[in-house]
Ligand binder design. Structure first.
Ligand code: ZN
Length: 497
């Protein structure tokens, strides 16, 4: 049995001002100048907490030959340039042609990519693969929990399997599930019938978190549903809200073994469970001033985390917002840390001046005017680093990544980790390489909405969802949707399932 695999991943924030070119995929994928397949992918992902890590494990367990052709990803940002998408899809199809015939195709996609021509870029990707392999070769697609799943994606895939966790700590598990299900499909042990439901519901990151209620209990029920006789898999996709496209929002999928009626009934049931939770899924935000006050009133409570999700680069934001940092400097917060602010110019300036120097900086808020204003101040250069690290926590465990040349600056008593690349602060290792032990600090601002909870969450005594401005702010009132289907809850009144 020979199974091809691969895909292109991007979570596109259509409100971001910076487009995503091919160069970003080449830089962030770390698979060489032409995004090599084969051994490059095996050595990069084997044994890691990634989808391809799971495909590789699953292939070994099921005893089939995996042919990884291409894996591309770029840090979330604005709309993907059409030429970049066409180029990478072209590479994938070309390599697929070279290894055909294959018994199946595993697609490692995100589900919220938008290009200049495609609102539903994954739908276009899967359709192109379907066109090439024909109707009888099974396609099993893995998607992020933030996928805005469309009817086209569902129709063109035999099965879609989405992540069940946010923070996404089950990527390897889902990849393995997809690989093992693929083997059973090819052996004709099972015959999947998938049912898709799109809900008139949009949700926001803080409450999509599966470590919190109501999602924690919902996902427990989904696991029970998956264990019922005749059910092969079930997916809840919470959607990526910062995309002005028709299909933004929540959808569910249930795949049964040969029984279309069962799949339909269970998909309706699952959609109903989610619909019941719609009020509980709305976030509550806290300002940095209130958090600083809380900190002063609870001096012995340990680390407080301020989750600045509005400026989360993991959802396409610039990662250079200064609103929380400025308030902390103004209040003279001791033991305060902001991680990370992406400002290549300031990082380079610090590296040039060297450790122990004091430099005059103009820091952050340079991408647009929606994330505060640059901070002009004297900064002490405490630590310098090459910015290379490996994720040590439960999410992306073992995968290598880099912040680029990085400097830890001290401004008015507050430490700021200044990076060259935009990265979501989701792993304590990213602070350790900058010389910071988070457990020895009092107030940590993370440019992350939820993912930090996997590794940094257990270190925190209190976590607050930030009330800050930005293009990833969890507040529908801040965005002007033109293309989104209506009516949709909570943007409209009187919405029915
Ligand atoms: Zn996600």
């Amino acid at each position: 049995m020979r199974i091809a695999s691969g895909g292109v991943q991007h979570e596109t924030n259509t409100f971001a001002s910076t487009p995503t070119p091919l160069a970003d995929f080449l830089r962030d994928s770390d698979c060489g100048p032409e995004l090599s397949g084969g051994e490059t992918i095996f050595s990069r992902f084997r044994g890691t907490g990634s989808i391809h890590g799971g495909y590789i494990d699953g292939a070994e367990a099921a005893g089939f030959e995996l042919l990884p052709l291409l894996t591309a990803r770029a840090q979330p940002a604005g709309v993907v340039e059409q030429s970049a998408f066409d180029m990478m899809l072209g590479w994938f199809l070309e390599r697929l042609k070279q290894v055909m015939p294959v018994d199946g195709v595993l697609l490692d996609l995100h589900g919220a990519m938008v290009t200049q021509q495609h609102e539903d870029a994954e739908g276009a990707f899967i359709a192109a693969v379907r066109e090439l392999v024909g109707p009888n070769v099974p396609i099993v697609t893995t998607l992020d929990l933030h996928a805005n799943i469309t009817a086209q994606m569902a129709e063109q895939s035999d099965v879609i399997i989405g992540f069940d966790t946010y923070p996404h700590v089950d990527m390897a598990e889902r990849g393995r599930e997809a690989a093992e299900l693929m083997a059973r499909i090819v052996c004709k042990e099972v015959s999947p019938v998938q049912e898709y439901r799109q809900l008139p519901l949009a949700t926001l990151p803080p409450m999509q978190c599966t470590l919190r209620e109501p999602m924690q209990s919902l996902m427990r029920r989904v696991k029970e549903l998956e264990a019922e006789p005749g059910i092969l898999t079930a997916t809840v996709s919470m959607g990526f809200p910062f995309a002005d496209i028709r299909d933004m929002g929540v959808s569910v999928l249930v795949t049964a073994d040969g029984d279309a009626d069962l799949a339909r009934r269970k998909a309706d049931e699952l959609a109903g469970w989610l619909w019941e939770l719609r009020d509980e899924l709305q976030p509550k935000l806290t300002t940095i001033e209130d958090v600083i006050r809380f900190r002063n009133e609870h001096p012995d409570d340990g680390l407080i985390v301020f989750a600045d999700g509005s400026d989360n680069p993991g959802g396409g934001a610039p990662c250079d917002g200064t609103v929380a940092l400025r308030a902390m400097i103004d209040a003279g917060v001791e033991g305060g840390v902001v991680g990370v602010i992406c400002d290549p110019e300031t990082a380079a300036q610090a590296h040039k001046a060297g450790c122990g120097a004091t430099i005059r900086v103009r820091l952050g808020a340079k991408t647009d005017d929606q994330h505060g204003t640059p901070i002009e101040a004297d900064a002490y250069v405490r630590t310098l680093s090459d910015g290379r690290y490996r994720y040590r926590g439960p999410m992306l465990h073992g995968v290598a990544d880099q912040l680029g040349p990085t400097a830890t600056l001290v401004i008015g008593g507050v430490e700021v980790v200044v990076s060259t690349y935009r990265r979501q602060l989701l792993d304590a290792e990213m602070l350790r390489i900058a010389g910071i032990d988070p457990t020895a600090r009092r107030l940590l601002v993370v440019k992350s909405a939820v993912h930090f909870r996997a590794d940094i969450g257990p270190l925190a005594a209190h976590i607050f969802d930030a009330d800050t401005p930005g293009i990833h702010r969890p507040d529908f009132a801040c965005f002007n949707y033109q293309k989104l289907r209506r009516p949709i809850y909570p943007l409209d009144a009187d919405v029915n399932l």
